[in-house]
Write a protein that binds this ligand. Structure first.
Ligand code: GLA
Length: 353
């Protein structure tokens, strides 16, 4: 792991950072034009850069201790550098030429557990470009360019949840977002509550293929219901006339949108119940949970200081998020992880760090 000066022999021209996120409610709703409610986590990705001589951009990842290089129109092989490449390409398309750069990336956002390390990297890269070249990119446009980078250059057909969360959130608040209109409100966390995040220790193996499968099922369900997207289903009973699996997929999306809409202003107790219902729906109707996540969510939900808990992100492994009584989060985290380990599982508390 090298510093910018060790790797490039000079000081950076600018440094920017962006956080990872958890999603408190509104899972698998963003690509259905629905509602989401994420919060940021303390862990951040930092991107330092300076203008380089010549035409080759070099990206160094301190965590991976790996270097990649690329020129315009020639994407790098390494996945970590594709996110950076994608951000530069999207900036180029939007605001014009970007010179060659030396770029240093370091991050304490855990990778591969569903906390949006890729969105944090994209948003930090775009913020650094914005600072360095004084670009007219406001925060929503940063999120949109970051999403385009991920879809068109990193090959992940994601919604806009992760990038909007990383670009718009500060610690201690949550973002109520309509992903169709991008209308949004920053809200405080429910009174007297804090966020606890625990990694299940199981990597998200099927996430990409199953994610695309669920997207396709939702599109088919919307087609069968005669609506542009599942966001447009007003009557929850309408989905019951579909055959499976479309009925259950649509039921999750429609009920999850209703849960997000009823969350603003809810007490910690009521909010926690919405999270528990969200996990059940993700497990039973949307079928994106796995045994380890169900076990971890149940342990969290059973803890005396926890208001509610669910898996966070796409599912198929990764982490659970819980809403906890303020001031008791480290203790609740230790208690739950001890029980989880006692049943032979590996895992760790990620927030509080
Ligand atoms: C991943 C995607 C998001 C969203 C979630 C599920 O994190 O990147 O766009 O679809 O899964 O809520």
């Amino acid at each position: 792991m090298k510093s910018f000066a060790e790797r490039f022999g000079a000081r950076p021209d600018t440094v920017a950072s962006a956080p990872g996120r958890v999603n408190l409610l509104g899972e698998h709703t963003d690509y259905n034009d629905g509602y989401v409610l994420p919060a940021s986590i303390p862990q951040r990705t930092r991107v330092a850069m300076r203008v380089a001589a010549g035409t080759v951009t070099t990206v160094y990842s301190a965590e991976l201790d790996a270097t990649a290089s690329f020129t315009p129109g020639e994407p790098p092989q390494q996945q970590f550098a594709r996110y950076v490449y994608g951000c530069i390409e999207e900036t180029r398309l939007r605001v014009g030429d970007v010179p060659a750069l030396d770029i240093h990336v370091e991050s304490d956002v855990p990778m591969g557990v569903g906390l949006s390390s890729s969105a944090a990297l994209e948003v930090a890269t775009l913020r650094a470009l914005r600072d360095l070249f004084e670009l007219p990119l406001e925060d929503v446009l940063v999120a949109q360019l970051a999403q385009r980078a991920e879809i068109h250059h990193a090959g992940v057909n994601c919604g806009i949840l992760d990038q909007m969360a990383s670009s718009l959130l500060d610690l201690g608040s949550m973002l109520f977002l309509d992903t169709r209109s991008l209308a949004r409100t920053l809200l405080p966390l429910p009174a007297g509550a804090e966020v606890l995040v625990v990694d299940s220790g199981v990597a998200r193996s099927l996430a990409a293929s199953k994610y695309n499968e669920r997207r396709a099922e939702c599109e088919e369900a919307a087609r069968r219901l005669g609506v542009a997207s599942l966001r447009d289903v007003d009557d929850p009973h309408a989905v019951e006339r579909l055959d499976d699996p479309w009925r259950r997929r649509a039921r999750h999306v429609v009920s999850e949108n209703a849960r997000v809409q009823s969350a603003p202003g809810a007490s910690a107790e009521a909010f926690g119940k919405l999270m528990n219902a969200s996990h059940a729906s993700l497990r039973d109707d949307y079928e994106v949970s796995i045994a380890a996540l169900d076990e971890l969510a149940a342990l969290l939900q059973g803890d005396e200081h926890v208001y509610g808990a669910k898996l966070t992100g796409a599912g198929f492994g990764g982490a659970c998020v819980a809403l906890c009584r303020a001031g008791t989060t480290p203790e609740a985290g230790r208690r739950v992880i001890d029980k989880y380990h006692a049943s032979g599982r590996r895992g760790r508390v990620l927030v509080p760090a």
